[in-house]
Design a protein around this ligand. Structure first.
Ligand code: SF4
Length: 348
């Protein structure tokens, strides 16, 4: 296991002599830095590009104008006489563009923590501690520290952690420890010169604060110089790639652009189990199409909140996680078909 402390790590070496782009170490630091394994080197190669596009200065203003123009009247009609604020996260955005019936059901269901849902929150806290702590804390120390901090926090997860029995607690610690260990083993040691920031919050307040777009970026590296893009946004993922993951990052790229005025240069979904980054360059077209996706979602959200139409039903693999699956013929039929197709595919 690679033990590391961003505070102590001067830089990463390049044993294969390949370009490390904007994350290149200085010659003095190379001799002192640990060797990279091939998984870490792949991340360096894909994230360390010197390609830094420039964007026009007024992009942020144009994006805000178009967003507010496209939703302003509908928001005003729906919320003018209320104190209500519409919040849109990447999770809601994804669900609104998937099965609307599931979205409505999840909005009405009371959220309850479980070991699988707590795993991500604890793991991200542990990575946040990893980025900022001095010394060489082990993954298990980071995990236990993250658990202790969340347990003492004034959040709903505190109560959940406090009520875990020993076996459940060990299960959660084991899963998070695995997540953190894999990140440390497969991601290059973080150099403080790369400006690593974990759990960076972004939000955009629109339409006189009646609409809030918000999120938290797992990890960002680098920064913009003027209107020259330099930041890399990274989402850490367990499980296999899904098209919704890149949509999530595009949403964050939009929020980052509306915050800074200069977009990030690269979006990265980092799949921990495979040790594989999937990257996408940020372009102005990408930001505009994401802004229009947000506009569509807000109109859907207003319609569904007001109950002016029935939610649409769209079956997919996520049906198996839907709270109303037992009562949904479409979802049950889809999963039955999928499992039949899978059985036939594997029959020989
Ligand atoms: S089971 Fe599937 S199709 Fe049915 S409401 Fe849930 S997500 Fe939609």
């Amino acid at each position: 296991m690679s033990e590391h402390n961003p505070a102590d790590t001067a830089a990463s070496p390049n044993p294969a002599g390949r370009s490390q782009g904007s994350f290149s170490p200085t010659p003095a630091s190379v001799s002192a830095a640990p060797r990279l394994n091939p998984a870490q080197q792949q991340v360096m190669d894909e994230l360390g590009s010197t390609d830094r596009p420039t964007f026009r200065d007024d992009l942020r203003d144009h994006l805000r104008f178009e967003l507010e123009e496209s939703i302003g009247q509908a928001v005003s009609d729906a919320l003018a006489d209320t104190e209500q604020t519409l919040f849109l996260s990447k999770h809601k955005l994804g669900m609104l563009h998937g099965c609307e019936a599931r979205f409505v059901a999840e909005e009405q269901a009371e959220f309850a923590w479980s070991v699988p849902s707590a795993r991500g929150t604890v793991a991200h806290k542990a990575i946040e501690l990893f980025v900022t702590r001095r010394g060489n804390p082990s993954p298990i120390e980071l995990t236990e520290d993250a658990m202790a901090r969340l347990e003492a926090d004034n959040r709903s997860i505190s109560e959940f952690i406090q009520q875990l029995d020993e076996a459940e607690r060990a299960d959660l610690v084991g899963k998070v420890n695995n997540f953190v260990s894999t990140f440390i083993e497969t991601f290059p040691p973080l150099n403080r010169k790369w400006v690593p920031v974990a759990e960076s919050r972004v939000r955009a307040d629109l339409c006189s604060d009646k609409v809030v777009l918000q999120g938290a970026i797992d990890l960002s590296l680098g920064r913009a110089r003027g209107n020259e893009a330099g930041k890399v946004l990274i989402d850490l993922k367990t499980g296999k790639p899904h098209s919704s993951h890149i949509e999530d990052l595009r949403f964050y790229a939009l929020l980052e652009t509306m915050k800074l005025g200069t977009p990030p240069r690269l979006l990265v979904n980092y799949y921990l189990e495979a040790g594989q980054p999937r990257t996408e360059k940020v372009t102005e077209d990408l930001l505009w199409s994401t802004a229009m996706r947000v506009v569509d979602a807000i109109h859907k959200l207003l319609d569904l909140t007001a109950g002016t139409r029935e939610p649409t039903i769209t079956a997919s693999g996520v049906c198996r996680f839907c709270p109303i699956l037992d009562d949904c013929e479409t979802g049950l039929a889809h999963l039955q078909d999928s499992s039949t197709a899978f059985t036939l595919d594997n029959s020989d």
